[in-house]
Design a protein around this ligand. Structure first.
Ligand code: NAD
Ligand code: ZN
Length: 350
């Protein structure tokens, strides 16, 4: 274990530095975590490249990273369900536990949320950080730290499947085969979907999707219309998807999702690119398509951890790179280049 706290701080757009920071002490209800693995998310890369995502702007130095696992290294007052030495993964939310959303089990809507690595809130890409104990979950011995860090993106996928009500025997379309689309695909399969077809404009991403378990893939071709792509999809999967999970943020995919989905089916929107996109309102209405927003996750850690532990979700094929904390900049360059799918940073020292 380290006695210093090397931390990856984003000062402003393009200015990511490794610095020593004090080791934080856990307050009541908190645990100090000696971080082992931290995955790089598209949002970490975007804050580094652009200094902002929508109205979340990096105005002061911020610690990056919110896909985290580690070992409990100190427990604060009142924490009884965790002890020093426990291997854990964390849900990046810390919410108020008082508002109507927290009380009704939709804490992802809490207006007072602290969310790791979302300005101005610090993340966890460091040797140590402190987190609320009730958002910290024990990992079984057979779940590795790298898998533990992947519980976060898998949670985005699980929440989207829950929102879209994916179930046994469904045909599911997932648009966009980045890490989030892959996680949605893995969760849909674990839910018992018969077919999970992934789309992308990048052939390599689709080849990778097959390695990760996609049953079918459809390469979206330059210049084709959404309707043309629907015809090819129907031939490919022998019908229309019951549910679609949009994970590309592309305007094309939103239109395609509505046209492709069965009448009465649901489209869960996870991806966001431009702040406004248009969607085919007549088709949405005439087909009674449910358009559903899906934001982060609620109460997903225990389920995802169990699903990894029992082997129903195998996230390992998605992890393509592992860098040391000292090589954080290289890790970010790799994530930015699109060469990697899930790039991990090893924050431990022993
Ligand atoms: P990513 O950029 O790695 O993946 C997006 C994929 O979509 C890429 O492979 C890209 O080639 C593909 N794509 C682009 N245009 C396409 C098209 N026309 N048809 C099909 N595929 C197309 O991103 P990611 O990290 O996997 O995240 C996916 C999206 O989810 C992003 O928009 C991100 O902002 C969003 N996101 C949302 C939440 C949430 O809580 N709602 C959480 C995390 C990420
Ligand atoms: Zn709240």
């Amino acid at each position: 274990m380290s006695d210093t706290n090397l931390s990856a701080i984003l000062h402003k757009k393009g200015d990511l530095k490794l610095e020593e920071r004090p080791i934080p002490k856990p307050g009541p209800g908190e645990v100090q975590i000696s971080v082992r693995k931290c995955g790089i998310c598209g949002s970490d890369v975007k804050y580094w490249k652009d200094g902002a995502i929508g109205h979340f702007i990096v105005n002061k130095p911020m610690l990056l990273g919110h896909e985290v696992s580690g070992v409990v290294s100190e427990v604060g007052k009142g924490v009884t369900h965790l002890k020093v030495g426990d291997r854990v993964a964390v849900d990046p939310h810390v919410t108020c536990r008082m508002c109507e959303f927290c009380k009704s089990g939709r804490y992802n809507m809490c207006p007072k949320v602290y969310f790791l690595a979302t300005p101005p809130d610090d993340g966890a890409l460091a040797r140590y950080f402190v987190h609320a104990a009730d958002f910290t979950f024990r990992l079984p011995d057979n779940v590795s730290f790298a898998e533990g860090a992947c519980v976060e993106p898998l949670s985005v996928g699980l929440h989207a499947c829950r929102r879209a009500r994916v179930t046994l025997g469904h045909k599911v379309l997932v648009t966009g085969a980045g890490p989030i689309g892959l996680c949605a695909m893995m969760c849909a399969k674990a839910y018992g979907a018969k077919i999970v077809c992934m789309t992308d404009v990048d052939e390599k991403r689709l080849e990778f999707a097959v390695k990760c378990g996609a049953t079918h893939t459809l390469l979206i071709e330059k210049g084709e219309t959404e309707e043309e792509a629907v015809v090819r999809l129907e031939e490919l999967i022998g019908g229309r998807p019951d549910k679609t999970i949009e994970c590309s943020g592309a305007q094309f995919s939103v239109n395609f999702a509505v046209h492709a989905t069965k009448p009465g089916g649901a489209v869960a929107i996870v991806g966001h690119g431009p702040p406004n996109v248009s969607f085919p309102i007549v088709a949405t209405v005439a087909k009674e398509i449910e358009l559903i927003g899906s934001f982060r996750y609620v109460n997903t850690w225990p389920t995802v951890i169990d699903m990894i532990s029992c082997g129903k979700i195998d996230v390992k094929p998605m992890i393509t790179h592992d860098f040391s904390l000292e090589d954080t900049l290289k890790a970010f360059e790799t994530a930015k280049s699109g060469l990697g799918v899930k790039v991990m940073i090893d924050c431990g020292r022993d």
